[in-house]
Design a protein around this ligand. Structure first.
Ligand code: 13P
Length: 312
């Protein structure tokens, strides 16, 4: 293992590569990355790096976003099969038809979408900035929000907006068991429930803090004396435990298993071995159709500009 880690580090230096990892990646991938962050931070780092190669340890749409923002760089993803159920729940042809049926609407899309969906979007958001970006529009602005219906419903509830929602969801966040979280709360009455807004409304109503992975981590780091029940993909626990070694973090369980954590099998496809191979071979490489990239870059840059203005 140490040898593999050393070889990856050497290759990274030789090739002037930057390794980015999402909080949902395997712990050993997070440990070797130059930066670990949420979807917004990954896009921000990808946009400003002067590395020649970006290795995106995450899922496909994250690699696409990096490539769109840095078209002259080589963007690699260790396993090209690392997809996203949420992005898959929003096929570009159907979404484009939906958008055309509502010409007076502004289109706000979650970053968990394909480049083709972003190409018919006015502004992209992540879970870190969705609320603020939606609130930056006048109150009577007609807005389509896609594809995550749970996040859309949450943003509607906290902003008082009535956005038209696409019927998409993340298969991991949909799976949390309300009953098991209630049982955990009864067993740990002092515990704070942290939940990602991709969770169903019934789970969010049990939560004390709702936020992006970065926001949930920040909350835990600033209150390390508490105990936490964590309702998001269990990869985040790696960084939480690293930053708060004396804090108890309990992963909220999914409904389809008797115990255990809720893992995204796509995020887990990236391994140290595949990371090494991908750096060595400079493959698999993310490619985005130039015409789609030309359209998709505008709503992503708009998101980055608003986020910078709001210091997010
Ligand atoms: P954030 O990275 O914005 O917390 O969202 C998590 C996610 O859905 C990654 O696919």
């Amino acid at each position: 293992m140490n040898e593999l880690v050393e070889s990856i580090r050497k290759l990274k230096e030789e090739k002037n590569a930057l390794i980015l990892a999402h909080y949902y990646q395997r712990g050993e991938i997070q440990d070797i990355a130059d930066y670990v962050g949420d979807s917004l931070a990954l896009a921000q780092w990808a946009a400003k790096t002067d590395a020649d190669i970006i290795v995106m340890c995450g899922v496909h749409f994250m690699g696409e976003t990096a490539k769109i923002l840095s078209p002259d760089k080589k963007v690699l993803v260790p396993d090209m099969n690392a997809g996203c159920s949420l992005a898959d729940s929003c096929p570009a042809d159907r979404f484009e038809r939906f958008v055309k049926e509502h010409p007076e609407y502004t289109v706000v899309s979650y970053v968990n979408t394909t480049a083709a969906v972003k190409a018919v979007t006015d502004v992209v958001v992540t879970s870190t900035n969705a609320r603020q970006i939606v609130e930056s529009f006048p109150e009577d602005e007609k807005i389509i929000f896609g594809p995550d219906q749970n996040l859309g419903n949450f943003i509607n509830s906290v902003t008082g907006r009535n956005m038209l929602l696409w019927d998409g969801a993340c298969h991991v966040h949909e799976k949390f068991s309300v009953e098991k979280i209630v049982e955990l709360k009864a067993a740990h009455p002092e515990a704070v429930v942290l939940a990602h807004p991709e969770c169903k409304g019934a789970v969010l109503r049990l939560a004390d803090v709702v936020g992006s992975t970065a926001a949930l981590l920040k909350y835990a780091v600033s209150h390390p004396e508490k105990t936490y029940i964590v309702a998001t993909e269990s990869g985040i626990l790696h960084e939480m435990r690293k930053k708060c070694p004396n804090t108890e973090f309990i992963p909220a369980p999914p409904s389809d298993e008797s115990c255990g954590c809720n893992e995204c099998e796509f995020m887990r496809l990236n391994t140290l071995e595949k990371l090494y191979e991908c750096l060595k071979n400079e493959s698999p490489e993310i490619k985005v159709d130039p015409e789609i990239a030309r359209k998709a870059v505008k709503p992503i840059q708009r998101m980055l500009e608003i986020s910078e203005r709001l210091k997010l």
